[in-house]
Structures are given as C-alpha cells and as structure tokens.
Design a binder for this molecule. Structure first.
Ligand code: ACO
Length: 372
C-alpha cells in the first residue's frame, strides 16, 4: 500500500497521464497553444485534432466535415421524446437525457474499440447541436430546423436555433468560443467521464455523466450564472458597491477564480477581445464597462482573475442567445475533449478507484434493536 496522500478536492494531485492537453506553460491542445488555435483554426479542425491527435490535412478535414454533416440528425423517437419533456426542465438536463438516449440508436454503442469510439464521438459532435436547437424550438412551439449542408458546426448551431442566416461576426464568435471550451485536461466533468469508462462502461455513459458534472455552477453552469450577476448589478454606477458588498458577505462571484489558473485564465483574455468587438457592434458598451469595473474590484479585493465563463456569458448575451443555452453550448464543444479522454482512457485502461480517509466512528459492537 503506497504512503497515504490526501489533498481535499484532489487539488494538485496528478490523477493520470494525458497527451491531449496541458495547462502547464499556458493552455495547449496536443502541443498547439490555445491562442494560435483560436486565432487561426476552426472548431472542426480543433475537434479533429483532439480526436485524432494531429491537425487534419485538407482532404481529411473535408471528409471529417462530410461525416459530421451526414450525422447531424437525431432519430425521430428522440425528437418525439423532446416534445414530451416538461417545458420547465433545464436545458442541461435535456442534454444529459438526450446523450443517454442517443446511445440506444447508436450502432456501435457497446463496442469499446478505438475505431468505434471515434465513430461514436463524431456522431455525438454532430447530434448534440441538433438536440439543443430542436428542444429550444419545440419549447417555443416551433418545429425543429434541420442542419444545412455547407455550414460550419458553429454556423449550423445558430441557424438551427433561429432559422436565419447568422452574421459572419456571430459565426466567428461562436466558433472561437467552441474552440476555447473544447478541452481542459482533468477538469471535473472530464475526470467524471474517465472514471465512468474506466469501469469499461461505454462512451455515451461517460458523456452523459460528464454533462451532469458540467451542469453545476462551480463548473460549466457558471457561464449562465454570470448573467445573474451582471443583471443584478444593473447600471455601471452600481457595480463597485454591489460587488464590494457581495464580497463582504463572502458571496462567490460566478465567472471568477479557478482551481488551476491563479494568475489568469488565458482563454478569458482572448475572449475579452471578442466581447469588446461584439459589445460595440450591438450597443452593449455599458455592460462591458460594468464588467470591467467588477473585474477590477474582484482583483483588488481578492486577487481573483476571471475565468473563461466571465467573458463567454457576455459574448453569448451579445449574440442574443437564450441564457439557458449557454451551458449546453459548452457541452457541444467539450464533447470533443471528453471523447478524446474517453478514447485515451480506454486505449490504456486501468480502473480509477482511489481511497478515502476514514473519519467515522471507531469500531463498535452491534446494538440489538431493542437496546437502541
Ligand atoms: N468569488 C469570490 N470568492 C472566491 C471565488 C469567487 N468566484 N472563487 C474563489 N474565491 C475565494 C474563496 O472563497 C476562498 O477564499 P478564502 O480563502 O477567503 O476562504 C479563496 O478564494 C479560494 O477559493 P477556493 O473555493 O478554495 O478555490 P477552489 O480552487 O476550490 O475553487 C472555483 C475554484 C470552484 C472555480 C471557485 O473559484 C469558484 O467557485 N468560482 C466561481 C464559479 C466559477 O466561475 N466556475 C467556473 C470555473 S471555470 C470553468 O468551469 C470553465
């Protein structure tokens, strides 16, 4: 038995090996810096890189896009089920249910070979945007809009939601946010997926579990909660007092702090540039100023930098996206990273089963019911 090591929340613990991404020396996916990927790449290229290990050549990218397009539909019974789910159900809960249901129609569901897992991952990448958009439209009493060939995944997400041609600026913003959200080492949801498949369960089980883990406001759910903060603050003149009071009450401000990035989240720095651009374009400069004030006060008071969810919440807001879809959008992107981890785990599996430090009562004798 190795020496007992304990770190609450597993902070600082190396829980496994990965060749997919690292936060050391700035975030990189398979050796490419996140800044370069976001500035020069497309989400499809990044998803391919995560799943296959290398950037695609032109022909490989073309084939990959064709496969995604062919898979961008969901079985009719799932659309019917989406109609039946009570309207008040959170969009993230619907995504989790849909990931689970999609398994029932997947021809490779119980095949854990590398090739089958890549095929399943590609299908989920294509299907989850269809689910998100279909559910959103059905809830509004509108029929789903099928994906259009010739559009990127980012463009189709917007098109399927609004049945309108999205502006190039919105497609770019969506594409960059998908790239930045796609992968992040051993975060809570990815680790959940790895734990699940380490029992030799299937990829869909891992993804459904990961969606459940992502939902929480300490993780992906924060991108929706940042809008609660901004809306509660209201005018920019209120920002300083509101935040100082909230911090004095020891409230956690969503979109700030990170388990790993103590000096700043590189993803948030880049997305802030896009927020500034879209805020100008959509007449939301005041909201951007409010956000800047909040950011300055939290840094002054707590030395906490913003994480990716702080700018991404605003970016989606400027794009006119419904708030309850912010975390599902995170799902559409992170399914690439989760799947890459599931594949990596199953390619070289060892059951993930840590120990717990016992802090309960010492051994004691059984007490018969009559004596209790
Ligand atoms: N607002 C106010 N104070 C904070 C915040 C915050 N957002 N985050 C951390 N702190 C404070 C804590 O209260 C604690 O203060 P103390 O030392 O006075 O008690 C100190 O900073 C350390 O914080 P921990 O909670 O121990 O840090 P941990 O590494 O466990 O948590 C986490 C990281 C969960 C992200 C935390 O910063 C948080 O809750 N942030 C808000 C939620 C959020 O934005 N999540 C998104 C994460 S990024 C992503 O999923 C893409």
């Amino acid at each position: 038995m190795p020496e007992e090591i304990y770190s609450p929340g597993l902070e600082g613990v190396i829980a496994g090996e990965t060749a997919i991404s690292t936060v050391s020396g700035g975030l990189s996916y398979r050796g490419y810096s996140i800044e370069e990927l976001a500035r020069h790449g497309t989400f499809e290229e990044v998803a391919y890189l995560l799943l296959y290990g290398e950037l695609p050549g032109a022909e490989q990218l073309d084939e990959f896009r064709k496969r995604l397009k062919a898979a961008a539909q969901v079985p009719r019974p799932i659309i019917d089920a989406l109609r039946q789910i009570p309207p008040a159900t959170a969009a993230m809960d619907v995504m989790r249910t849909a990931a689970s249901m999609l398994a029932h129609w997947d021809p490779d569901v119980n095949d854990n070979s590398h090739e089958a897992n890549v095929r399943k991952a590609e299908r989920l990448l294509a299907q989850l945007p269809v689910v998100m958009a279909a559910r959103h439209r059905l809830k509004q009493g509108k029929e789903p809009v099928p994906a259009e060939s010739g559009r990127s995944l980012a463009s189709n997400c917007l098109y399927m939601l609004f049945r309108a041609d999205p502006s190039p600026a919105h497609v770019k913003a969506m594409d960059v946010s998908l790239i930045l959200y796609a992968e992040h080492e051993y975060n809570a949801s990815t680790f959940t997926a790895r734990v699940i498949v380490s029992t030799l369960a299937d990829l869909h089980s891992g993804i459904a579990g990961a969606i459940g883990a992502l939902k929480g406001p300490l993780h992906g759910g924060a991108n929706e909660k940042v809008m609660d903060v901004l809306q509660a603050v209201g005018k920019k003149e209120n920002a300083e007092k509101w935040i100082r009071d909230a911090l004095a009450r020891k409230e956690k401000i969503m979109g700030f702090g990170h388990r790993v990035y103590k000096e700043g989240d590189p993803r948030a720095v880049y997305l802030k540039e896009l927020c500034d651009e879209l805020a100008r374009e959509t007449g939301n400069e005041d909201l951007e100023t409010t956000s800047d004030v909040i950011q300055r006060i939290i840094w002054e008071e707590k030395k906490l930098p913003p994480n990716l969810d702080w700018p991404s919440g605003r970016l989606y807001y400027y794009m006119g996206l419904p708030i309850e879809l912010y975390t599902p959008l995170f799902v559409l992107s992170r399914v690439a990273g989760w799947s890459a981890h599931v594949i990596e785990q199953l390619d070289n599996n060892r059951l993930i089963r840590p120990r717990a430090r016992y802090i309960g009562p010492a051994r004691r004798p059984w007490v018969p019911l009559a004596d209790r």
